[in-house]
Design a protein around this ligand. Structure first.
Ligand SMILES: CCS(=O)(=O)c1ccc(CC(=O)Nc2nc(-c3ccccc3)c(C(=O)c3ccccc3CC(C)C)s2)cc1
Length: 244
């Protein structure tokens, strides 16, 4: 892979991220001290479990749709066969949402951007899965601590998505080659930013992401056991397709 090719891969992934980021970093920063009032928090906490799950599933599906758009604009991803694109999105879209969403955390007051303002973990109480919520916050804190630039976050998102170890890939070799290019682009960028040390920290995050996604699926199964009709008839189809 020539240096020219690596620069090309970097530019296309960073551009795709910027075009599909849902909220720009500046927008999230501008809102970071806009907190829900005590009354607003209480209103969320008074929602039923299935109302709160429905609402979050909708919001999460919005975020996933932007990740699908991000993936489609990555040359190495677009050239894969349909089956493999779906396999990578099915297994990786939640991981990319979690990487992206870490930008929407204010680690100074432990809040996340949700429904127009910033919310603490207590706002999500009625979901009934405080362990998942806490794990998401903890992950966001640990990723924020690395202080990734948008370019580094874009390349790390592409690396998380284009993973040749996913099950049921038809053309694993092609995914491996696409992944290799993203790895070179990421290490090239980290080297240029004089942050070679970050690469192994980022690889450590990949295993945390996997366990977080498994916890999300586990909690969804737990919720669906109690509210089968809600999931069946009120959850977004894309959410069910990817996670149920
Ligand atoms: C991601 C692109 S972005 O432009 O940065 C962006 C764009 C838009 C937003 C607004 C937004 O949708 N925030 C949400 N916050 C949470 C959340 C909730 C609990 C703790 C921490 C964050 C959402 C979730 O539904 C969620 C997310 C991760 C794992 C689990 C869940 C809940 C389960 C029950 C589905 S949606 C935020 C950020």
């Amino acid at each position: 892979t020539s240096m020219m090719r690596i620069e090309e891969v970097c530019a296309s992934i960073v551009r795709s991220h910027r075009e599909t980021s849902q909220y720009r970093l500046e927008e999230l920063q501008a809102l970071r001290w806009k907190l829900f009032s005590r009354e607003e928090v209480h209103a969320y906490q008074s929602k039923s479990m299935d109302e709160m799950w429905q609402y979050c599933a909708l919001r999460l599906t919005d975020a996933v749709q932007y990740v699908v758009e991000f993936a489609k604009r990555i040359p190495g991803f677009r050239q894969l066969c349909q089956n493999d694109q779906i396999v990578l999105l099915k297994n990786g879209s939640m991981e990319v949402v979690l990487v992206r969403m870490s930008r929407a955390f204010n680690t100074e007051n432990n809040t996340v951007f949700f429904d127009g303002k910033f919310a603490g973990t207590e706002l999500f109480k009625s979901l009934g899965c405080i362990d998942l919520i806490t794990a998401v916050f903890d992950f966001a804190h640990s990723l924020c601590a690395l202080r990734l630039t948008e370019q580094q976050a874009a390349l790390f998102s592409a690396l998380v998505l284009i993973n040749s170890d996913r099950p049921c890939l038809e053309e694993r070799g092609r995914v491996e080659r696409a992944r290799k290019e993203v790895e070179l682009a990421l290490s090239h960028t980290l080297h240029r930013d004089n942050q070679d040390g970050l690469i192994h920290k980022l690889y450590q995050k990949v295993s945390v992401l996997k366990s977080l996604c498994n916890l999300h699926i586990e909690k969804l199964r737990w919720f669906r056991q109690q509210n089968p009709l809600t999931v069946h008839s009120l959850f977004p189809p894309l959410y069910k397709e990817l996670f149920a």
